[in-house]
Design a protein around this ligand. Structure first.
Ligand code: AMP
Ligand code: MN
Ligand code: MN
Length: 318
């Protein structure tokens, strides 16, 4: 059944001639996969499309069709603006500064603040790419093998290879459909989840030496200096948080990634039943119950102090 919102989106896309699609800073597989997974079908439908990631495309996603089209800023005029996998406008960085609200906000974060004119937000979906895979046909758009592979990358990234608690049978059915359309699951799995560079491992090494824990709470920090020493080219955590989360017996893991002398990215992961998105939201960020993040102003020591204090309160209430 096609809902009213799908009819509205179909009309928006049919009338659009020149579309800008934007996703979030420090892009992950779902950001990149959703950006390309929507962009490629729109290009195939004859639209002009600009794909924008403020931090550019991480090298590990260069194998995806359309990866070479990603720009760091909007290059020319457009009539339609879409964001994917962003719970608020700040997540896009500053590329949309001074522009009117997006026409369409497609996302799956429970903390989404519905900042678009049309908001397609499905908080129970395991990835934004999954939302797209399900809705594209209702908008009259075709998913070819290249687009299917991008969408599968998004789903694999956010479910960490079908193993997060949000991985439901629908996720597997949609992934199977994407494989039938030509997506190569082993290739996408290897590229998005297994393949590592030596700088990434060195960077992990820096973080691993600084692990601290107090009962069921574990945390670590990655400083700007660690990034320079490891010669790590991105500004994310290189997925170190997933490795830290593999320690058994923990309830919450927190990772602090220094972005500037006065700004720290915080990542939380939690066991089932502990909602860290509420704390992330309090610190100006957002996310899901079991995986959330925030960009917090302050020195590393200040942010570590404030965030650990609040996280311990949450654990005490548990
Ligand atoms: P991360 O810890 O960056 O892997 O992100 C975990 C989850 O929280 C993802 O769903 C992100 O989209 C979300 N998230 C991370 N950082 C922020 C932020 N600064 N604002 C809003 N949501 C965020
Ligand atoms: Mn994302
Ligand atoms: Mn996502």
């Amino acid at each position: 059944m096609t809902d009213t919102i799908d009819l509205e989106i179909r009309e928006l896309l049919q009338n659009a001639r020149s579309i800008v699609i934007v996703s979030h800073i420090r892009p992950d597989a779902d950001a990149v996969g959703s950006l390309l997974g929507l962009g490629l079908p729109l290009l195939a439908a004859g639209k002009q499309v600009q794909l924008v990631l403020q931090d550019g495309l991480p090298e590990k996603y260069a194998f995806l069709t359309g990866a070479d089209r990603v720009e760091r800023s909007i290059q020319s005029g457009f009539d339609t603006l879409i964001t994917v996998d962003c719970s608020d406008l700040k997540r896009t960085g500053s590329v949309l500064a001074g522009l009117p609200a997006p026409d369409l906000n497609i996302d799956h974060h429970q903390t989404n603040v519905n900042f678009g004119r049309i908001n397609l937000v499905e908080a129970e979906a395991s990835a934004t790419a999954l939302v797209l895979a399900e809705h594209l046909p209702m908008w009259g758009l075709m998913t070819d093998a290249g687009a299917a592979q991008c969408l599968l990358a998004g789903i694999l990234g956010d479910t960490i290879g079908f193993r997060t608690s949000g991985t439901d049978s629908k996720t597997l059915r949609v992934a199977a459909d994407l494989m039938d359309k030509g997506a190569n699951l082993p290739l996408v799995y290897r590229q998005t989840l297994l393949s590592r560079s030596i700088p990434e491992l060195r960077y992990w090494g820096q973080g691993l030496t600084k692990i601290q824990h107090e009962g069921p709470l574990l945390w670590s920090v990655l400083t700007l200096d660690d990034r320079i020493k490891a010669v790590y080219p991105e500004n994310d955590d290189a997925d170190l948080i997933n490795l830290l989360s593999s320690v058994s017996g923990l309830l919450v893991v927190v990772l602090f990634i220094q972005q500037a002398p006065d700004r720290v990215k915080v990542s939380w992961r939690s066991a089932e039943g502990i909602d860290v998105s509420t704390i992330a939201f309090e610190f100006g960020g957002g996310g899901h119950s079991a995986a959330a993040g925030a960009d917090v102003e302050g020195s590393l020591d200040e942010v570590v102090g404030q965030v650990l204090k609040r996280t311990k309160q949450l654990l005490a209430d548990f």
